[in-house]
Structure formats: structure tokens, C-alpha cells
Design a protein. Sequence first.
Length: 124
Amino acid sequence: MSRITHFEICTDDPEAVQPLYRDVFDWKFQKFEGGPIESWLVTTGDDKEPGINGGMTRPREGQSPGTLNTVAVSSLDQTMNKIEQRGGKICVPKMAIPKVGWLAYAEDPAGNVFEVIEPDPKAK
């Protein structure tokens, strides 16, 4: 079975949206030097933990900004508040995914949509 091993967030202004991800999820950004396009490596956590790392770049010609990934958090309510405080917005409110968890869709300041989930097998 194939698994996602990387994500790419494409945005017209990478440096404007990085603070949201840095402050809400504690992600690290490092500019990648020497590549064919301006980009940043994104570290989302310790390699010993489950999950993936990715990248952030400006859209290539003909490509629209965007990506969609799911980020697991310990408290969806607290995270939604932090997202709004850092210039993001909640575009689909908190909903139960039965036996999986609580899910909301959020949008960063550049319009990239992502999902935030609080795992909870008791969600109804």
C-alpha cells in the first residue's frame, strides 16, 4: 500500500502564511537554497513520531495555490481559536466523524484549506 510521505503547500506569499503554521502547530521552516524555485523545507515533528514532513513554495506557472492535508491535534477547540488569532479562519465548523474524531476545515491567510482533527473514537 502506498502512503503519503510529503506534502507541498503552494502559496503566492510563503513568508506571510508561515507564522500561522509555526505558531499553531510548532512547525519549523528552513529555506531550501540552490533549487530551481524558491522553497522552504517544512519539519512537522520528530522523525521518530508518526507523520510526514513537507515543503512550501510558490505555485509553478499554470498551478493554483493550494493543498489539502489533515493535521491531528489534542484539542480541536483550542486549535480553532489559535487559527483565528493568527489570521486564519474556520471555513467548515467542527463536526463529528463517528468513531474517528472531531474535524474542522480551516483556511490560512493565503486561502489554503486544510483539515484539523482531534482523534476521538467516542465521537458521535
